[in-house]
Design a protein around this ligand. Structure first.
Ligand code: SF4
Length: 362
């Protein structure tokens, strides 16, 4: 806690905010990529402490929010099969599919379990050899190495009753999609510190160069965030477009090479649909052919399914930073954390949940 206090030091934060005020001469729009950053910004009121002409736009970095409805419906179909133990991170259980969610599958007698790591799902498979154990592999580059490791571990143990439903997605292709959109308003990115802890930030250098925008790798404590914003605004004011690291206590340029090698061994990049956004080329991770026997889609042969999004939910626009949660007519009315219409109101990293929890209104 003593260590954390340094990153919540009010005097240091005030001093940085003063420096931001001094150097800001024009309006700037910055996107924080990660939903964890959005929640910290709302929790500490950073959006309200910044000069009025600096706007923070919330990015698509909420893994639960961007998981395609088709994949959630497939997860629901698998979880309802007899003899299946379906495992998932907790946030996913309340995310609505077309008609229901994993909680309701559990309420109707399905064996749906929350795990904190994919390796826990492997342990469950070891302990239940007569059951099919499936892990819902959602998340960004932060969770992909552990999902890959679970496959390698299950293979080493000779388990034939363990599969994953691959749903991991990658950040750089989403950045390309946002910046390449004719509606783009983003002038700088705050990179997600935990993703960069795994991947480093070398992948962002060509993006900064191609689109001429600063990218600052940023952590999750208030001082990290304000410092990242300061570094990004400083670059914007002098017309720089570099990748900088405001989270050096955790992130290096090259990242965790061991984790990257494990991901590379097990997964290959594929085009993937992001909920509310559409297909982003080469933005997903699927199992390589050598590991196809660990793919739940193959094991359960689900095939094509029809999906039905809520007509009220504008999560796609929120996730691309095109609108704020309070601009959604359903926000706080039909859609609340107790009665979510879309994933951003469910997830602990969802922008709509952050606005609801920390009472942001227009
Ligand atoms: S408030 Fe609810 S309905 Fe509106 S965009 Fe957010 S999740 Fe969707």
């Amino acid at each position: 806690m003593e260590f954390l206090k340094n990153y919540r030091n009010a005097e240091l934060i005030k001093s940085l905010l003063n420096q931001i005020r001094k150097i800001t001469t024009r309006p700037w729009k910055l996107m924080e990529i990660c939903g964890g950053q959005t929640h910290a910004i709302m929790q500490y009121g950073i959006d309200q402490l910044l000069p009025e002409n600096i706007e923070l736009i919330h990015g698509p970095g909420c893994p639960v929010c961007v998981t395609a409805l088709e994949l959630i419906d497939k997860a629901l179909i698998i979880a309802q099969q007899p003899g299946v133990i379906f495992t998932s991170f907790g946030d996913m259980l309340r995310v609505p599919g077309s008609h229901h969610d994993l909680f309701s599958v559990r309420a109707q007698g399905g064996d749906v379990r929350v795990v904190y790591s994919p390796l826990d799902a492997v342990k469950i498979a070891q302990a239940n050899p007569k059951k099919e154990v499936v892990f819902f592999a959602i998340g960004f580059e932060t969770t992909a190495p552990a999902a890959a490791m679970s496959v390698l571990h299950a293979q080493k143990l000779g388990l034939i009753n363990f599969t994953i439903l691959p749903a991991n997605v990658l950040v750089p292709p989403a950045m390309h999609t946002i910046l390449g959109s004719p509606n783009n308003q983003i002038q700088a990115f705050l990179g997600a510190g935990h993703v960069c802890a795994v991947m480093g930030y070398w992948e962002y250098e060509p993006i900064a160069k191609q689109y001429g925008i600063p990218i600052v790798v940023t952590g999750f404590e208030p001082l990290d965030l304000v410092n990242g914003i300061f570094m990004a605004v400083k670059q914007l004011e002098i017309g720089n477009h570099l990748v900088e690291n405001a989270y050096p206590r955790v992130v290096t340029r090259t990242g965790n090479r061991t984790a990257q090698a494990i991901m590379e061994k097990v997964f290959q990049p594929v085009d993937r649909k992001w909920r509310g956004i559409g297909i982003i080329p080469q933005s997903g991770l699927d199992l390589r052919t050598e590991y196809a026997q660990f793919d739940a889609e193959n094991r359960f042969e689900i095939g094509l399914i029809d999906v039905m999004e809520s007509s009220l939910c504008i999560a796609g626009q929120v996730l691309q930073g095109l609108t704020k949660p309070f601009d959604c007519p359903a926000f706080g009315n039909e859609c609340t954390p107790q009665t979510p219409l879309g994933a951003p109101m469910v997830s602990s990293e969802g922008a709509c949940a952050a606005y609801y929890r920390y009472m942001r209104a227009r």
